[in-house]
Design a protein. Structure first.
Ligand code: EMZ
Length: 385
């Protein structure tokens, strides 16, 4: 089977009941699987809240490794809007010309590096490096800071030993505390300083709130972006004609980005906590229980997507939920899309073909749920034009 094939792990349950149940650290969740139901529940923030105990809406739950609330991710309206309005313009900067030019320069020189090697382990030598360097642009801090983040590995909360590693999480929390203190002493034009000088509803943000925004920025776009980049490389390695197609028809790059996000669904699901006894497609959901909005399942719903299990790079209508849906849709989506756009463009310019030498799949496993999200390792030869 092709390395870049990602099958639909949820089809049977979606067609059969529309939901499925998983246990996660004794805090079970009812997974909502159909596209329409996922969007309906995401829209209904009153009944399905994000502002529960910090970490509880994440699956696997992070309540044991985190007590800082991620902002605006774990806040409900109306406070959510004030925070979101504050950070939104900053997270739209990736659309600016200077930002794109810097990102292009970063990705282009990284590709030049891997093109000189015989074989490249894509995650450690390419995607992790790319994500970390690009994050310096999003934070507007010196490029050299990326080296430290690269040393942290793919996931800021997960390690080889544990899916939820409190010691590892503490490295990030201490680092962010330090950076906030540095910015207080010596303000600059970086995200920390911008947040320190901002007000929400007439009040200065507290250090705790700033930490909440920063943890989200570091954690939310880490493994998700790394997987999206790695999976994109795997896809074009195995579909050279598609790479050629992008080169001949660069106008399809926009739809190609959306299609690859739909197909890979870098984030499988996100939870919500139920605030009152209710029903989700005729299944009871009790107050204070958890549901999950399963983006990966909704993105393969055949009643919405024709040939849902195929990658159709020029798919015209693509209401995917790969970046979530509703008020909490991904804050980092502009940055992520721009990374994929620059990556694809640069690949078409510099790379003739790519050969996968070996790959080990990364299967996300929670209770009985098993889903391929990317690779644990994938070695590729990049061939120059
Ligand atoms: C949280 C989450 C946000 C969570 C969009 O998703 O991403 C996960 O990778 C983190 O572990 O804390 O930020």
């Amino acid at each position: 089977m092709k390395s870049s094939k990602f099958s639909d792990a949820f089809e049977e349950a979606r067609l059969d009941k529309g939901v499925d149940y998983i246990n996660d650290q004794d805090d079970p969740a009812m997974m909502v699987l159909g596209h329409k139901d996922v969007r309906k529940c995401a829209h209904n923030w009153k009944t399905f809240q994000s502002g529960a105990v910090p970490g509880r809406i994440v699956i696997p739950s992070e309540v044991d490794i985190r007590d800082v609330r991620q902002i605006p991710f774990e806040v409900d309206p109306p406070a959510h809007k004030s925070y979101r309005d504050l950070v939104e313009p900053w997270f739209k900067r990736p659309l600016e010309e200077v930002y794109t030019a810097k990102l292009t320069q970063q990705i282009s020189s990284l590709l030049d590096e891997v093109l000189e090697k015989d074989a490249v382990e894509v995650i450690s030598e390419f995607s992790l490096v790319l994500q970390s360097r690009a994050l310096t642009l999003l934070l507007n801090i010196p490029y050299s800071e990326a080296d430290l983040w690269i040393s942290w590995g793919t996931h800021v909360f997960r390690s080889e030993e544990s899916a939820l590693d409190a010691d590892k999480a503490n490295i990030l929390y201490d680092y962010i505390d330090e950076q906030i203190d540095k910015a207080i002493e010596n303000p600059g034009e970086d995200l920390y300083s911008v947040l320190l000088s901002s007000e929400v509803d007439g009040k200065k943000l507290t250090k705790e709130e700033i930490k909440g925004v920063m943890i989200l920025t570091f954690a939310g776009g880490r493994d998700t972006v790394i997987n999206a980049v790695t999976n994109t490389i795997a896809y074009f390695a195995e579909h050279p004609k598609s790479l050629q197609n992008l080169q001949d028809n660069p106008e399809i790059i926009g739809t190609a980005i959306e299609e690859l996000i739909r197909y890979f669904s870098p984030l499988t699901q996100m939870g919500r906590v139920v605030t009152e006894d209710t029903q989700v497609c005729e299944h009871a959901a009790k107050a204070d229980s958890r549901i999950s909005l399963c983006w990966a399942s909704a993105n393969r719903d055949a009643s919405v997507f024709e040939n849902a299990n195929e990658v159709v790079l020029d798919r015209k209508i693509n209401p995917h939920v790969g970046f979530g849906f509703g008020k909490h849709s991904c804050l980092g989506a502009t940055h992520a899309r721009q990374i994929l756009r620059v990556l694809m463009t640069t690949l078409t310019e510099k790379v003739d073909s790519m050969d996968i030498i070996e790959s080990v799949e990364n299967i996300e496993e929670i209770d009985k749920m098993k889903r391929k999200v990317g690779f644990d390792s994938i070695t590729v030869r990049f061939n120059k034009k």
